[in-house]
Design a protein around this ligand. Structure first.
Ligand SMILES: *[C@@H]1O[C@H](CO)[C@@H](O)[C@H](O)[C@H]1NC(C)=O
Length: 239
């Protein structure tokens, strides 16, 4: 009897440990709230995926940066397969876990965010330090976004998608990094879009309340300024 119980236990323990080793394909995200990695958290949270948040370092990113995702075990950082560059990470998650993802509709916007929108949102020095933004300057691509967002709440088919995670994340870093040293009053549809995305529950969860409130506050201010509202009137009142 005792021998049987022992045997059963051994079988059970073996089964459990074997299945853990085989089934540990869970997502591991290296990053922190003060970096660009929360955009990956945002998408994972919008999809209700569970994942393990890991500190930024050590990580298996070839340039030792974040975000860095491992879709599988991370027991040995030297042999695991990391996915890096925010756009590549988003596209990996989209392809594997997002039932609404379409490569034709969404992938171009994710790549656009990384290649074209990034240098507009972030003016950087040669070391990648953010010096300011060009989002407040006239720009043909931003003018197209402004027009698209005049009658659409979201980028693709008027439905929230990975395209919005990529684009709104970048846009919403502009208020965070620049405060009111910039004004986006000239692109109110983009500003309303930034606000709309920041109001999403999962945005605040991923980026934190301070980041969300900064976007909310400054976008509200820019919309008032754009209408020639209070902010401008007060300025004239001084003189
Ligand atoms: C997919 O699209 C449907 C219809 O728009 C929506 O209800 C659903 O929430 C979407 N699913 C995800 C995971 O985004």
């Amino acid at each position: 009897m005792l021998a049987n119980v022992k045997l059963l236990l051994i079988v059970l323990i073996t089964a459990v440990s074997t299945s853990c080793a085989l089934v540990d394909t869970s997502l591991h995200l290296f990053g922190s709230q003060g970096s660009r990695s929360p955009l990956v958290n945002w998408y994972l949270d919008e999809l209700d995926l569970s994942y393990t948040q890991l500190p930024p370092r050590p990580n298996p990113h070839p340039f030792n940066q974040v975000p860095c995702l491992v879709d599988g075990p991370v027991d040995d950082l030297s042999t695991c397969s990391p996915i890096w560059e925010s756009g590549a990470i988003l596209l990996h998650i989209a392809t594997k876990y997002d039932p609404n993802y379409s490569i034709e509709k969404h992938a171009p916007w994710v790549v656009f965010a990384n290649s074209a929108l990034d240098p507009i949102c972030f003016r950087e020095d040669s070391n990648g330090r953010v010096l300011g933004t060009s989002l407040d300057k006239p720009n043909k691509k931003i003018a197209v976004l402004e027009e698209m967002l005049a009658d659409s709440d979201y980028i693709v088919d008027n439905k929230f998608s990975v395209a919005d995670v990529a684009i709104a994340s970048y846009l919403n870093y502009v208020p965070l990094f620049n405060g009111d040293s910039v004004s986006l009053r000239g692109i109110p549809n983009v500003v309303r879009y930034m606000q709309r995305c920041a109001e999403r529950e999962k945005f605040g969860g991923a980026f934190g309340g301070q980041h969300r409130d900064m976007v909310r506050g400054l976008c509200g201010k820019w919309l008032v300024e754009g209408k020639g509202g209070n902010a401008d009137k007060k300025m004239f009142g001084i003189f």
